[in-house]
Design a binder for this molecule. Structure first.
Ligand SMILES: Cc1cc2nc3c(=O)[nH]c(=O)nc-3n(C[C@H](O)[C@H](O)[C@H](O)COP(=O)(O)O)c2cc1C
Length: 317
């Protein structure tokens, strides 16, 4: 395992909850952090943009109050996700708000930018950058990111095609900083497996959709409880970038999930159209076979922790 920056030490479970477009909100982030895992949310979920200030105030105040009441068991830090793509015309505004609250962790996706990394370092934060292959991993670190999120095959939302074994081993040949592994991790055993492979953290998204705090419809949550990897479709039709989605939502939108056309990558868009696409077409990773009920976030993290400890005991670690 790598040497971790202080902000990533002392999590009660080596898990970073991933930012979920539309779905993550302050309530979910606060509960994730209180449960001892890094909570995360895309800045773009706060709409209109002015709402971000209010949301960051809510998160920082709630966590400060919690830490005061539980000095021996403080909350994990939180992360804000910035989409660093030219279609995101809010980036400058959102970065200023993050600077105001000195957000401890910024997760960047869809591009690596030196100026963004420097701005985060200036307020004392760290940057974890999302990558789907070793080439992008090199680029991210060259541009000043502190750590990597390796998005392997089977991840919910925008996902890569690499086996996690291949991706992590290639990154670990040259990078000894923080690495989170993403893609189909939905059990404590899978978190331990990610660490055995060389990652520091499991990065978990889809499992948190089936929680009471997640801003998703009951039908979406239920589809995750009932679904398995057989229900996940990999397509670039909806945003121009390949991602994994729940087949029932594609059928409900009047399309055949087994015969989707290819999209034009030049139409990649993360503005208003993206919100519409993601509302009707449900992003989801392949790991949901491990999710059997809609629970509170605290219950989900407790379940992950129990499975993690059981896996360690099984392996006599
Ligand atoms: C519905 C949904 C929305 C997502 N939105 C974002 C996002 O806004 N920004 C981002 O960096 N990643 C986003 N992701 C990807 C996650 O950050 C992460 O890579 C993924 O959830 C991990 O795989 P898992 O879902 O199998 O756990 C999203 C994933 C899902 C399922």
């Amino acid at each position: 395992m790598s040497k971790l920056p202080p902000v990533l030490q002392n999590l009660s479970l080596p898990v970073i909850a991933s930012p979920l477009f539309i779905i993550s909100n302050p309530k979910l982030v606060i509960e994730q952090c209180k449960a001892g895992v890094v909570g995360a949310m895309p800045a773009l979920n706060a709409r209109p943009a002015e709402l971000l200030d209010e949301w960051l105030a809510e998160i920082t105040e709630a966590l400060a109050a919690y830490n005061q009441a539980h000095p021996d068991k403080p909350a994990a830090p939180f992360a804000i996700n910035q989409i660093v793509h030219k279609s995101n015309d809010r980036l400058e505004h959102d970065m200023q708000v993050c600077a105001k609250y000195k957000v401890p962790i910024i997760i960047t996706s869809l591009g690596a930018r030196e100026d963004v990394n420097q701005a985060v370092h200036a307020w004392g934060g760290i940057v974890l950058h999302d990558i789907i292959n070793n080439k992008f991993a090199h680029k991210a670190i060259e541009k000043g990111a502190d750590g990597l999120i390796a998005v392997a095959a089977g991840a919910g939302g925008h996902a890569g095609v690499k086996s996690p074994f291949a991706l992590i081993q290639e990154i670990r040949q040259w990078f000894d900083g923080p690495v989170a592994l993403s893609g189909s991790i939905a059990s404590g055993g899978a978190v331990l497996a990610a660490q055995a492979m060389g990652a520091d953290f499991g990065y978990i998204g889809s499992a948190f959709i089936a929680t009471h705090e997640a801003r998703a419809s009951d039908a979406y949550k239920q589809a995750i409880v009932e679904g398995s990897s057989d229900d996940i479709v990999y397509s670039n039709l909806f945003t121009g970038v390949h991602g994994n989605y729940l087949a029932p939502s594609i059928r409900a939108a009047g399309m055949d999930p087994d015969n989707l056309p290819e999209s034009d990558p030049s139409k990649m868009n993360f503005g208003g159209d993206a919100k519409k696409a993601w509302k009707d077409i449900w992003g989801c990773g392949q790991g949901i076979g491990a999710i059997n009920a809609v629970t509170s976030t605290a219950e989900l993290v407790a379940k992950l922790r129990g499975e993690y400890e059981a896996a360690r005991a099984r392996l006599k670690l």
